[in-house]
Write a protein that binds this ligand. Structure first.
Ligand code: FAD
Ligand code: NAD
Length: 463
């Protein structure tokens, strides 16, 4: 049993915790980070990175497959084959490189990393049960909670056997012949599409009246069309009423009951904050449902205790956790920092991809803005044609009075790389004239952004 003291203790080594740790170390604060599993957290180990790796594998296989049939590019490929264990090994290699890199960065910043599960004894003291069963005690001036989130389980579909969470779906050793995905949100769609491209017959069961219900119907329409093209069965307005063995009972939108037989059932109905074993009962933190309530400086209701990342609420995204990690380290180093972001861009890595930064048209309206909303379709964009992907569009939501851009959304293949530009425009307070007056390189999909701005100003050039 060892006793440690430090200025800053970070609990959890995901994107929130490791960024807070690295930045605190860089700012000269004596920092300890405790991680129960592996640094990198959900994102690097079982979330963002492995899912994007598998999406890439699926895209490559689908492309190879496409060339087995006559096509306008004149390419022909004979019977492409796929070996999932090889792809998983490649994916695991990337995860290993990145988590190893994070461990190296923490070392470089002189952060002491302790492996084990942390439990609050009181507001300044934490005990850590190490993997060998030994218990360490850490006394810290300030503590940052960054314990992340976990998959929500449905009572009648508990995880285990053929009922899997995203973590299970990212560790399969063979492509299931049939896959039933319960929940057509971010994870269900990203992984459902990937497994469909790898050869599984996929059914998505979504209880709302469309997939990705957080977005408007215009934004999800190209995705819905593509799901159909890929042969994915989508049941919207559908409720799972029960499940046994490999069968899921569903009542669809018309009230009809049907039974879906699936080799694997992937349940992706959301994620909830993870605080199990953390000893929150020994503290007096204000909560917002199961989330820990924080202010703009990531301070909780208890002096000296901060919280960041998924455990503090929506949107549960890695880049939000990282931004909070950076802010909280600055606050602890005496800097005058607080959350002042205008937007947190979100990307759904579906096919086509969907990006949303700032306000959707309905959100802008609900906030009382009189807006101009214009979109430019990729079917009129040269680069999209050369890439054989003319589906989708870029849309700008701007104030009618001063043309300030409130939101930018896009749907299209490969559009995720434009998210940074959308975020930059909103953070910098760009107006329609700024986008219209910026030279956008030709030929790129990005020209559709400039064209949407031209259109809002009443003079689209290529439409
Ligand atoms: P986490 O990454 O969850 O890390 C928390 C860490 O705390 C874990 O390592 C855990 O072991 C540790 N911990 C918990 N309790 C204790 C304790 N008591 N003691 C010590 N350690 C503890 N987000 C995106 O922005 N883009 C994406 O493309 C994306 N894709 C995703 C795909 C999937 C399949 C999933 C599941 C999630 C995805 N996310 C994505 C969400 C993203 O992973 C999370 O928003 C992000 O990881 C949150 O970071 P965090 O630091 O708050 O928590
Ligand atoms: P989600 O909230 O995105 O989607 C859950 C979906 O399940 C919703 O559409 C909901 O209507 C539906 N649903 C809920 N209960 C249901 C039921 N009983 N039957 C049928 N449908 C039901 O949740 P998720 O896909 O599990 O992802 C969790 C979080 O992880 C996301 O909100 C996001 O914050 C994060 N994430 C982000 C990315 C990304 O940024 N690309 C990728 C994956 C995950």
């Amino acid at each position: 049993m060892a006793e440690h003291r430090c200025k800053v203790l970070v609990i959890g080594g995901g994107p929130g915790g490791y960024v807070a740790g690295i930045r605190a170390g860089q700012l000269g604060l004596d920092t300890i980070l405790v991680e129960a599993a592996r640094v990198g957290g959900t994102c690097l180990n079982v979330g963002c990175i492995p899912s994007k790796a598998m999406i890439h594998v699926a895209e490559q296989f689908e492309a190879a497959h496409r060339f087995t049939a006559p096509n306008s590019l004149g390419i022909s490929v004979a019977a492409p084959a796929f070996d999932l264990p090889t792809a998983m090994e490649w994916k695991n290699g990337i995860v290993g490189n990145l988590t190893g890199g994070v461990a190296g960065l923490l070392r470089k910043a002189k952060v002491r990393v302790i492996e084990g599960t942390a439990t609050f004894k009181d507001g300044k003291t934490v005990s850590v049960i190490r993997p060998d069963g030994e218990t360490d005690t850490i006394t810290a001036e300030t503590i940052i909670i960054a314990t992340g989130s976990e998959s929500v389980e449905l009572p009648f579909l508990p995880f285990g056997g053929d009922v899997i969470s995203s973590t299970g779906a990212l560790a399969l050793d063979e492509v299931p012949e049939t896959l039933c995905v319960v929940g057509g949100g971010y994870i269900g769609l990203e992984l459902g599409i990937a497994y469909s491209k790898l050869g599984a017959a996929v059914t998505i069961v979504e209880m709302a009246d469309r997939v990705l219900p957080l977005y408007d119907a215009e934004l999800t329409a190209p995705l819905t069309r593509r799901l159909e093209e890929l042969g994915i069965t989508v049941l919207t307005g559908a409720k799972v009423t029960g499940a046994k063995d490999n069968q899921v009972d569903v009542t669809d939108a018309s009230g009809e009951s049907r039974r879906i037989t699936a080799a694997k059932i992937l349940v992706t109905v959301g994620r909830r904050p993870f605080t199990k074993g953390l000893g929150l009962e020994n503290l007096a933190l204000d909560m917002d449902r199961a989330f820990i309530k924080v202010d703009a400086r990531c301070q909780t209701s208890m002096r000296g205790i901060y919280a960041i990342g998924d455990v503090t609420g929506e949107p549960m995204l890695a880049h939000r956790a990282m931004a909070q990690g950076e802010i909280v380290a600055g606050v602890l180093a005496g800097k005058n920092e607080s959350w002042d972001k205008r937007c947190i861009p979100a990307i759904c890595f579906t096919d086509p991809e969907i990006v949303s930064a700032g306000l959707l048209p309905d959100e802008a309206k609900a906030a009382g803005f009189d807006t101009i909303v214009s979109s430019f379709p990729f079917r009129a964009n040269g680069r999209a044609m050369t890439l054989e992907r003319e589906d989708g569009f870029i849309r700008i939501v701007a104030r009618r009075d001063n043309h300030l851009i409130l939101g930018i959304q896009a749907v299209g293949a490969g559009i995720s790389e434009m998210a940074a530009g959308f975020g930059l425009a909103i953070e910098m307070g760009a107006c329609l004239e700024d986008i219209a007056g910026t030279i956008h390189s030709h030929p790129t999909r990005g020209e559709a952004l400039q064209e949407a701005a031209f259109k809002s100003l009443g003079h689209a050039l290529h439409l």
